[in-house]
Write a protein that binds this ligand. Structure first.
Ligand code: ZN
Length: 104
């Protein structure tokens, strides 16, 4: 497990993630990103920074499930959930997530 700052469109989240998630989040530009790693559990997020509030908050942001489309995106891959992490104070989006499942 590693603790990393993960960047989203509207801020960043400090979270405990696995080495595998850390690899996924590293797009090779010197920062780590939220979007490629799927959904984080609330208890894994220690704090977040909201760009709109320009402030850091303890604990996890809110998780808003946008939809559960069960939509095939490739032959063996299904998009099972899409949603956002949002700020408790101003409701702006900190970052987004996608959850995929591989077909057997
Ligand atoms: Zn905010």
């Amino acid at each position: 497990m590693v603790v990393l700052e993960l960047h989203g469109s509207g801020g960043r989240i400090t979270a405990d993630i696995t080495d595998e998630q850390a690899k996924l989040s590293d797009l090779g530009v010197g920062k780590n990103f939220l979007a490629p790693i799927g959904k984080l559990e609330e208890q894994k997020m220690q704090k977040y920074f909201c760009k709109k509030c320009e402030a850091e908050f303890d604990g996890s942001p809110k998780i808003q499930i946008e939809e559960s489309p069960n939509e095939p995106v490739a032959d063996d891959l299904i998009l099972i959930e899409r949603g956002q992490y949002t700020c408790h104070k101003c409701d702006s989006i900190i970052g987004e997530y996608r959850v995929f499942q591989k077909k057997e």
